[in-house]
Design a protein around this ligand. Structure first.
Ligand code: MEZ
Length: 526
C-alpha cells in the first residue's frame, strides 16, 4: 500500500494516544520481554569461540569468526620500523583524538593512525547528546545509578565511577576548546533527558552533538601538529616476544603496502562492529566499524568482556530504502515523539531503556502490528509531526536539523509525515577488558571508547558513549604517555601471531577468514 495511506493512522489517532496509559513493566516482565524478543537472546545466532583468551565463551557467529581469523600480514615481513613514537594511537574518532591530545600534552611523541580520514568514525554520528551530571538537581551518583540500572547491574563499578565523576571536568575541557553546546535563554547549559535516565543530563548541540565535538577535536589535533597517518589501517600488533605490546603493522591503503610503527605504547580507539551486520541487521555505524581492534588485541592475548551483548538502537530508518539502518535520534523520543503501531496505538514508554524499547518494537512487528513497506521491510511509526503539533511549527528544524535534512534529501518532510523505524545495530556493549587507566591485559596496550568493554554492562544508556570516549581517551593518553616516558622501545616481533596461527590449526579453524577485515564485505563490490 502507498506509504501516505499507511501514515494516515498516525495523524488520526494522535488525540487518542495522548490519553493512552502506557505499559509499565515489573522487573520480571522486562526480563521476559527482553529474553523473548531481543536479538541478544537468539540462541542460533551464537556459538562458542574455539580458542584464545575467551575460549568457550559464546558470541555472535560473525564476531567469533573475526576473532579466530587469520592475519593478512606475511610472517616474513621485514619489521624494520618506518616510524617510531612514544604513543601510537589507532583510530581517528573521539577516543583517538582525546587520547592523542592528552598524550602529546604530556610531552610524548604521538602518531595518530587512522584507516580513513581524521574524524571518520561513529563519534560524528552520535546525534542525541552526551550525558554529564552538570545541574544542581543531578549528581555523578545519580548518573552512576541510572547507568548501572540500564546496564542490568553488570557494569564494571570502577570504570563507571571514574566516568561519571570525571564527566564535569570533561564538559569544562570541551567548552574551553570551543564546543558549542546548546544553552537555555539565561545562557546556562541546556540539558535533555535520555532513555533510562532519571534526570535531564544530556548536553547537546542540536542533533549534531558528536559532529560538533569532532569539529573541535579535529581542529585541535591539527593545531597541535600531531603526526597523522591517514588511510593507514592497523592490521597487526607487535610484541616484544614476552607479551608486551611494542608497536603495530599498518597497511597503506593507497598502495596496499605494509609498514611498521615502533611504539612504546599503543592505544586502540578503533570503535565498534556495526559493519559486521550481525544477525543480518542494518547498522547506524560508519563504514569502517569492523571491529579491527578486537581482532588484533585478541590475537595478542587481551581478554574481552560482555561480547555476547549488542545494542540495537530502537529507531533505525526503514524507509526510504537509501536510509535503511540510519539513526533516527532518540532525541526525538526524548522530546515526546510517540512510537505507534499499525493500529495507531503506543505500546511502550518511549524513554525506557533501549533494550526494552527495541524488544517491544520487535514484538509488535512479530505479532502482526508492524507496518510493511512495498519492498517487504517492517517497522513502526515514530510520530515526528507530533513535536510540531505540541511545541510549534519549526520545532523539528530548530532542534533536529540533521534529521530534517536526512529525510529532505529523499523528498520526505518529517514535520508533516511520521517516519518508519525498526531497531538497527548501533553499538557493541562489550569489548576489550580494561582497567581504570584504559590498559588491557596486555602490557602497554591501551583501549579506549567503543572497542573497550565493561563500562556499560549489558545495555548502554543514550549519551554515555560520548562521555566514555572522552574520559577513557584522556586516561589512556595520560597513562600511555607516562609509561612511554619511563620505558624504552622493546623488540618488534610477531611471535604471538605465529602462536595464534598454531592454535587455529589445532582447532581446525579455516585460515580463509582474514581479520581485521577493515571494510564490510560488500565494499569490494561497490
Ligand atoms: O548515545 C547514543 O547512542 C546516541 C546519543 C544516539 C542517539 O539516539 O542520538
Amino acid at each position: 500500500m502507498d506509504i501516505h495511506k499507511l501514515q494516515e493512522i498516525v495523524h488520526k489517532t494522535r488525540d487518542a494516544r495522548r490519553k493512552q496509559t502506557l505499559p509499565k513493566y515489573a522487573p520480571a516482565e522486562r526480563d521476559t520481554l527482553i529474553k523473548k524478543y531481543h536479538p541478544d537472546f537468539r540462541e542460533s545466532a551464537y556459538r562458542p569461540i574455539a580458542f584464545g583468551p575467551n575460549a568457550g565463551e559464546k558470541t555472535v557467529r560473525e564476531l567469533a569468526a573475526l576473532l579466530e581469523g587469520n592475519s593478512v600480514v606475511p610472517m616474513d615481513l621485514d619489521l624494520t620500523p618506518q616510524h617510531a613514537c612514544d604513543v601510537l594511537v589507532v583510530g581517528g574518532g573521539g577516543a583517538g583524538c582525546a587520547a592523542a591530545l592528552h598524550a602529546q600534552a604530556q610531552g610524548a611523541k604521538v602518531i595518530l593512525a587512522t584507516k580513513l580520514r581524521l574524524g571518520d568514525s561513529n563519534t560524528v554520528m552520535a546525534q542525541g547528546g552526551m550525558q554529564i551530571a552538570v545541574t544542581n538537581e543531578d549528581s555523578p551518583v545519580t548518573h552512576f545509578l541510572d547507568t548501572l540500572k540500564g546496564g542490568h547491574m553488570k557494569n564494571d563499578h570502577d570504570l563507571l565511577k571514574v566516568m561519571v565523576e570525571e564527566g564535569p571536568s570533561i564538559a569544562k575541557w570541551l567548552l574551553s576548546l570551543g564546543v558549542l553546546f546548546d544553552r537555555d535563554a539565561d545562557g546556562n547549559l541546556h540539558v535533555k533527558k535520555g532513555g533510562g535516565s532519571s534526570k535531564p543530563r544530556l548536553l547537546t548541540a542540536s542533533d549534531y552533538t558528536g559532529l560538533e565535538i569532532m569539529r573541535v577535536l579535529k581542529d585541535e589535533v591539527l593545531n597541535q601538529k600531531i603526526q597523522l597517518l591517514e588511510f593507514s589501517a592497523a592490521v597487526e600488533l607487535l610484541s616484544d616476544g614476552k607479551g608486551t605490546c611494542t608497536g603495530a603493522v599498518l597497511r597503506d591503503l593507497d598502495n596496499q603496502r605494509f609498514f611498521v610503527v615502533a611504539a612504546k605504547t599503543v592505544i586502540l580507539a578503533t570503535g565498534g562492529i556495526g559493519r559486521l551486520h550481525i544477525q543480518g541487521f542494518p547498522t547506524s555505524n560508519h563504514f569502517g566499524a569492523t571491529g579491527d581492534g578486537l581482532a588484533m588485541s585478541y590475537r595478542m592475548g587481551a581478554k574481552l568482556m560482555h561480547i555476547d551483548t549488542f545494542q540495537y538502537h530502537p529507531s533505525g530508518a526503514v524507509y526510504p530504502e537509501q536510509l535503511i539502518g540510519a539513526l533516527v535520534t532518540e532525541g526525538i523520543r526524548s522530546e515526546g515523539g510517540h512510537l505507534v503501531n499499525a493500529r495507531g496505538e503506543r505500546f511502550v514508554n518511549e524513554l525506557d531503556t533501549r533494550d526494552v524499547v527495541s524488544s517491544s518494537i520487535i514484538r509488535e512487528c512479530e505479532e502482526g502490528r508492524g507496518i510493511r513497506t512495498m519492498s517487504g521491510r517492517i517497522g513502526v511509526w515514530l510520530d515526528t509531526p507530533l513535536l510540531e503539533a505540541e511545541q510549534g511549527e519549526g520545532t523539528l528544524n530548530k532542534h533536529f536539523p540533521a534529521m530534517v535534512r536526512q529525510y529532505e534529501r529523499f523528498g520526505i518532510n518529517i514535520a508533516k509525515d511520521p517516519v518508519l523505524i525498526y531497531p538497527t545495530l548501533h553499538y557493541q556493549n562489550g569489548g576489550v577488558k580494561i582497567d581504570v587507566n584504559g590498559e588491557s591485559d596486555v602490557k602497554n596496550l591501551f583501549v579506549a571508547g567503543e572497542a573497550s568493554g565493561g563500562l556499560h554492562g549489558r545495555n548502554r544508556l543514550m549519551g554515555n558513549s560520548l562521555l566514555d570516549l572522552m574520559v577513557y581517551g584522556k586516561r589512556s593518553g595520560l597513562t600511555a604517555a607516562a609509561r612511554a616516558q619511563s620505558g624504552s622501545q622493546g623488540k618488534l616481533t610477531m611471535e604471538h601471531v605465529m602462536k595464534f596461527k598454531d592454535e587455529a590449526k589445532k582447532h581446525h579453524v579455516s585460515a580463509d577468514v582474514i581479520s581485521p577485515m577493515l571494510f564490510p564485505a560488500y565494499a569490494k563490490k561497490e
